[in-house]
Structure formats: C-alpha cells, structure tokens
Design a protein around this ligand. Structure first.
Ligand code: F6R
Length: 608
C-alpha cells in the first residue's frame, strides 16, 4: 500500500519520479505527490486522483531539480484529499516526508507535538513524522530521522528531504518494504524493484530498523543505534517486458495470457527429466533442507489463501498428517499448536503482505520451521523464511492476481509431491510430471475459448449477485472465481461449497442470479449435478464450467457451458481457473471498470 520513490544524482528528477510513480501505482492510487529541491527551495505538488492527474498538473514543469521524492497513496488515515496526500511538511516548510505504513502511536505523538506548538494540516498519521523530525533537527537530517523513528511505533518505509541539507535524502524502514538502488548517475529509493527497472543496476534491501543516507556520490547505512552497516547489494535483471502491456488492453489480460509461460517456468526447475529419478532434480535438494515435521499450516491472504486451500485438498491425499490452511490475519488470533515439529508455509506473491509476514514471525518465534512460497525473490518473507520455494511467474502488475495464483498452485502441487514422496509410486510421480509438461499447451487451448467467455460475461455483467459453487479441490477455485469477479467488476459474488448451498445461499437464487458451477467428472460429479438441478428448479441461470461439456444432463441443465480440458492432478484446478479469470475480466470490461486498478484495492497490502 502506497508507493514511494526518491532520487538524488545528476539527472532531472521529475521525470524519474513520475515514471517510478506510474510503475508503483498498483500499490495505491487515490492521490499522488512529489517534492523536489532546487537552489535551496523546496517545491511540492500534490493531486487527488491517479498519477496521470499529477502528470497533467506537472505538464509545464521544466525544473532542473536533481533531488526529489514522490508518493502514490492508498488512504488509511484521512480521506483521499489534497491535504492528506504526501509529501507532508513540517511547520517551517523545510522538511518534506513520504511514508508507506501506519504510525500506530501517532495520536500520542501528535498530542505531544501540539503541546510543543506544532501545527497540523492533515488528518494523517504520517504528518507526525515530519513534525517529529523537525523537533529533533539540529542540522543533521540523518540524526533527526533516526531519533524520530526510534519514537515511532508501527510500520513504515519513509523518505525525507530538507531544504537546509539540500544534498541529502534520508530513508528508513520498519515493516514496510524499501530498496535503495544505484546507477551510474545517482541513487534511488523505492518501495520495490519494478519501480527502478531500467534505472538502477543494483539494489540493497533495507531491513527493519535500518536507515540510509543518500548523497550524490555516497550511500551510508546505519541502524537505529547509529551503528554503520554494510548490507549486500544485488544485481537487478533487466526484465522490462513484464512491465509493458505488450499490445493487450490491460495488464490483467496480458497476465492471464502469459500463464502457459509462467506455469512452464514455475514447474521446470521442480521436475526431473524423463527416465530420471525424482531425487535428481534441483528442487529435491531444496526440499531435503526441510527438517522432519508432523503437521502443516499454510498461511496466506486473499488469492494466495485460495492457492493454499487448494494445496490443503491436494496434499491431504498424499501426506498422512494434519494440514490446515489459514488466513494469515486469523492465524495470529488462533491458538495454533506450534512447535519445532510444525511446518508453516507462508504463501505470498509479493512476499511483503504484512499479515502473512507477521504470521510467519509468530510461527518462527514458536520454534516452527517456515517455508516461503513467493514470487518476489528477496522480499521480506523470502528473506525471513528457513527455506524458500519460488513461483517464476514474472512481475505481476494487474492488481488482481492471475498468473501468480496458478503458479502458486503448480508450485504447491509439486512441493506436496516432494514432501509425500514416501507415499507415492514412481509411476504416480511420472504421470504427474507428464501432465504438467503438457499443461502450458492445455492452458493455451483454454484461452482459445475467450470469445465465447466474453459473450457469456456480457450476459452476466448486469447481475447484482453471482454464486460460484463447487466441491472438493475445486471449491477453493470457486472462491477465487468469486473474488476475481467482485474485486474488478464490483458485482457481489460468493464462492460456496456446492453441498452447502442448501444450508443458506439457496435463498439468494432466482431468475436474476447467475450461478457458476465448477463441475468435474473426477469430483462428485453426480452430486454437483443434483445441486444444479436444485438451482434450475428455482429458475437460477447456470453457467457450467466443466470437463464434461457433452454430458446430456449438463447440456439440459446449463444455460451456458464453458468446456475445460479433462485432466487429473495438479493441472485440474489450474485449468478450471483460466475461464473464471476471463469471465471476471470480461464482465469488468463490459461494466467499464478500471480493471488494472480497481477501486479501494492495492496490490501489496503492507498495513494490518
Ligand atoms: C486478489 C489479490 C489479493 C492478494 C493478497 C495477498 O486478486 O491479489 O487478494 O492475493 O493481498 O497478496 P500476496 O500474495 O502478495 O501476499
């Protein structure tokens, strides 16, 4: 939530900030602002709305400033108004600050600062930091920021400029992600690496309670006690293709269409070649690092939780032990029985979701062994886990997760298979590998149905409510189908176990309520057919997503049929997901919503 960018160097800063902000916009987009320094003068501009609204306001800008900070906001404290947009200033107007996170003790600090005579102009928690830094400032910006962050409670990634130290940019981090980048022309700070692609050639990841002081020539790292640090730097790969739409109307559609490649990349390193023993794969050596355990928790949020729940269903069949997937924010509320025999798997695309990170920390402090399953290498969850497993889906820009979800299912499926090797025959394993090798082609086959799905979505897009029903391992896919539809089209949608429908949701069904059934020959086929009969009897509109499209009962009951290839194993939930992503996408396009940046959402949720 909220994206931050900063630069100091020899290039004009405004274009760098604006490009960085547009790449960070997926993190929040209700207002945006920049602050720059030139000839000792601080210039600030803030605008309600998207980054393009700020760009419009800046169109005549010809400033030669070479130091500045920029922010795109996802409001937590205070409505999305210009007064609440970042950067925030201190009373003197010399200090400008941008912040991602929440300052939990801001009310206490605010009262203290009010009493000391400071004047506040916004309703944000962030503004206290600008005044706190002003309070401690005696000519040394780094020392003042250090003193301020020592007083702050909560999560923050922040960057600060001061017109009285015009060649210095100070950044600090606790909880929220922050990287420091380097190029031949200067130094950057940013919430994540994509903001710096094509700009920085190496980055340093700030850890909690670390600060960086950037000048045009140097970067200095210290901890909150002022101890000098020498964190390692990492090369940035130049994958710029992922951050362009490549001819597609939206990133989401591009990312849906990339799933043959993202799945291919994700499974390749986790399988052995034909005829080889599974223990010869590089992935086996990763899995060998996992110490013995006797139960598993999968922890995740949102879409990643749905992938975890899918894994729970898949793994129960092969691992002979209790497995539970839990929403990360709830995991922390529960009396989970954690010990050194617990295996906790944190599933997260970004690797920065604060609820998942906090759940991971709780598990670690209770002695559990933690695996990260992440897309974003070098993210905080990756770095804090004992062992990491990666989805190689590439950067995902659309706020609604698509290719990372199917990559998570593929990676979790293969992880489960390696964890359960003792319970599986070589023939079972080779059969699964064989199906996965064919999966990219089958995904392409499913994508060929897009025109039909667009037509079905047209019929759906006026609906007020839509139900998604399925049983077994397709139930989490029903949850994901409903989540995709509601988050980008704003149509109310619920995913439910089909057998549970008669215990409540059936009351919603009438001729205006479309019901999407996920129906597989391999999963309680007859029972789901009976549930379809129940909906039909109440005049509900049925869309059947099924690997049995020619079944006479399906044809009789469904108003529309979306065929899915009939494949078992890890491939099945993935192949059922593709049409639901397309259905949600096209329903949203028919409704004219902002598909890549749906209202109120942010891609990386770094506040609790
Ligand atoms: C939905 C979506 C969110 C994320 C959730 C977890 O389309 O993208 O529900 O899945 O915020 O994010 P990560 O996987 O980054 O931890």
């Amino acid at each position: 939530m909220c994206g931050i960018i900063g630069y100091i160097g020899s290039e004009r800063v405004v274009p760098i900030l604006m490009e960085g902000l547009s790449r960070l916009e997926y993190r929040g987009y209700d207002s945006a602002g920049i602050a720059t320094l030139q000839d000792g003068e601080l210039f600030r501009l803030r605008q309600v709305g998207k980054v393009r609204d700020l760009a419009c306001a800046l169109q005549d800008d010809d400033s030669d400033a070479t130091i500045g900070i920029g922010h795109t906001r996802w409001a937590t404290h205070g409505a999305p108004t210009r007064e609440n947009a970042h950067p925030h200033l201190d009373c003197s107007g010399d200090i400008a600050l941008i912040h991602n996170g929440i300052i939990e003790n801001y009310l206490v600090l605010r009262d203290e600062l009010l009493e000391a005579g400071h004047t506040f102009r916004s309703q944000t928690d962030t503004e206290v930091l600008a005044h706190l830094i002003e309070h401690y400032f005696d000519g040394d910006l780094l020392a003042a920021v250090t003193a301020a962050v020592r007083r702050a409670e909560g999560a923050f990634a922040l960057a600060v400029l001061c017109s009285r130290t015009p060649d210095r940019l100070v950044a600090a981090r606790r909880g929220s992600p922050l990287v420091v980048g380097h190029s031949s022309t200067g130094h950057f700070i940013a919430s994540d690496i994509p903001a710096l692609l094509g700009k920085a050639n190496s980055v340093v990841f700030l850890a909690d309670d670390e600060l960086a002081e950037l000048t045009r020539d140097t970067v200095r790292f210290i901890d909150c006690d002022g101890v000098e640090l020498h964190p390692p730097s990492h090369r940035v790969s130049a994958d710029q293709v992922s951050i362009q739409k490549g001819g597609y109307r939206h990133f989401m559609l591009k990312e849906i269409h990339e799933q043959d490649r993202s799945i291919g990349e994700t499974v390749r390193e986790k399988m052995c070649h034909e005829g080889e023993d599974v223990t010869q794969s590089p992935f086996f050596s990763v899995c060998k690092r996992i110490a013995p355990f006797n139960h598993i928790y999968l922890i995740a949020c949102g879409t990643a939780y749905h992938a975890s729940l899918t894994a729970e269903y898949m793994w129960e069949r092969i691992l002979n032990m209790p497995i539970q997937s839990m929403i990360a924010s709830e995991f922390r509320m529960r009396a989970a029985h954690l010990s050194e025999k617990s295996l906790v798997i944190a599933v997260s695309q970004s690797g920065e979701t604060i609820d998942t990170l906090m759940a991971l920390r709780r598990a670690k402090s209770a002695g559990a062994q933690v695996i990260a399953l992440v897309n974003n290498e070098q993210s905080t969850i990756d770095r804090e886990a004992d062992v990491s497993v990666y989805t190689h889906a590439g950067i995902e820009i659309g706020v609604a997760a698509t290719k990372t979800f199917t990559a998570q299912i593929a990676a979790l499926g293969l992880l489960g298979l390696h964890l359960g090797l003792d319970h599986l025959s070589q023939a079972d394993i080779q059969a699964e590998f064989g199906r996965l090798a064919l999966l990219p082609g089958r995904i392409n086959e499913s994508l060929q149905k897009e025109d039909d799905i667009r037509t079905i979505a047209e019929g759906l897009h006026h609906a007020r409510d839509v139900l998604f029903l399925a049983r077994g391992e397709l139930y989490p896919i029903a949850l994901e189908g409903a989540l995709k539809l509601k988050e980008i089209s704003y149509i109310h949608a619920e995913g439910y176990p089909a057998g549970e429908m008669k215990h409540g949701p059936i009351a919603l069904i009438d001729e205006k309520t479309p019901v999407v059934f996920l129906l597989s020959r391999g999963i309680a086929f007859e029972k789901v057919l009976s549930n379809m009969e129940e909906v039909r009897a109440r005049n509900g509109q049925i869309i059947a997503v099924t690997d049995a499209p020619d079944d006479p009962a399906v044809k009789r009951l469904a108003n529309a049929i979306i065929p899915v290839p009939n494949v078992e194993g890890i491939s099945r939930p993935i192949l059922f997901t593709i049409p639901l992503q397309l259905l949600a996408y096209h329903a949203a396009v028919w409704r004219g919503t902002d598909v890549d940046q749906p209202r109120n959402l942010a891609k990386t949720v770094t506040v609790e």
